[in-house]
Design a protein around this ligand. Structure first.
Ligand SMILES: C[S@@+](CC[C@H](N)C(=O)[O-])C[C@H]1O[C@@H](n2cnc3c(N)ncnc32)[C@H](O)[C@@H]1O
Length: 286
């Protein structure tokens, strides 16, 4: 196991330095060296089943759950009780049908003690055109949110978006139902009052993230766009917190963390990508 640490001055406090630890090794071994309850957020995109066999060795779809569970057990141990784990994953097609390993993984992780809070969709705005006989091109991936407990840290205001055209169209002609608090449908007492959004500039986003895929010029075959980890880092952490990516690849998560004044730990098994990640992280301007 080799570790290199990139340091950067914290924009919020010039006395405190931010650290990006980049570790070369198998995350299953390296995770065992990380203390219990020490990580605020885990964001990662593990190797997909079989898919990229030529670059870093795929895992057979039938063995995926078995392979991942010992790793998720360590992730559960290192995550703080109030922390969040975001898992970017998508089941591949095997013999003409979608494999069920992601669904099986969710069930097994719940048995392991994880709380499956939410599923976000990454809608790839710029996916390549293509034609298949029995399906359309795949333009979305899952971002599964797991927690250790029902109550976790979330900074919703950090990801608010401009109201935009929705507000203009929806709020122009408010109905009587819109104007009074409407508790009838769910009976939960949680009323919606659309008119209260009148005059507001910002709204909360949905669980669908519209982001372009990363252009493939980063010398790694499976990078995700920096906006993806950045969005979750803003939502689930504050400056100075610790973000972990056990499958670091080209270093995207660590770069996003440093740029947002968070510390990071990234683990990568291949020397080539480990070096690439260090180079990319070092390129961030202080
Ligand atoms: C899908 S890529 C991650 C790409 C990354 N999100 C980025 O933007 O560059 C998965 C990475 O996990 C690495 N990897 C595979 N098995 C690993 C293991 N057991 N421990 C650590 N890294 C591993 C691969 O070499 C690959 O770089």
């Amino acid at each position: 196991m080799i570790t290199e640490t990139v340091e950067k001055l914290n924009l919020f406090s010039t006395k405190q330095k931010l650290k990006a630890d980049v570790i070369l090794g198998d995350c299953l071994d390296v995770l065992k060296t990380i203390p219990n309850n020490s990580i605020d957020l885990i964001v990662t995109s593990p190797p997909y089943a079989d898919q990229r066999k030529n670059t870093y060795g795929g895992i057979s779809p039938n063995k995926y759950v078995e392979w991942f569970l010992p790793i998720s057990k360590e992730l559960l141990r290192v995550l703080k009780p109030t922390g969040t784990f975001i898992l970017n994953i998508k089941e591949k097609v095997v013999n003409g049908e979608r494999h069920t390993y992601v669904m099986e993984l969710i069930i097994e992780m719940k048995k392991q003690g994880w709380f499956w809070t939410e599923e976000f969709i990454w809608h790839k705005k710029n996916c390549f055109p293509g034609k298949w006989p029995n399906r359309f091109r795949d333009s979305w991936e899952r971002l599964l949110q797991f927690n250790k407990q029902k109550n976790f840290t979330m900074y919703q205001n950090a990801v608010m978006i401009p109201m935009g055209n929705w507000a203009k169209a929806r709020l122009k002609n408010l109905s009587e139902t819109d104007k009074r608090r409407d508790n009838s449908k769910v009976g939960s007492g949680f009323g919606k009052n659309v008119s209260s959004w009148l005059g507001r500039e910002m709204a909360y986003p949905t669980n669908v993230l519209n982001m372009a895929t990363e252009s493939s010029n980063k010398r790694h075959s499976a990078v995700f766009p920096k906006e993806l980890p950045s969005w979750f880092i803003k939502l689930f952490t504050k400056p100075g917190d610790v973000v972990l990516d056990p499958f670091l690849g080209s270093g995207t998560t660590s770069i996003a963390a440093l740029e947002l004044d968070r510390n990071s730990i990234g683990i990568e098994i291949l020397n080539e990508y480990y070096k690439l990640a260090i180079g990319n992280i070092n390129n961030i301007k202080n």
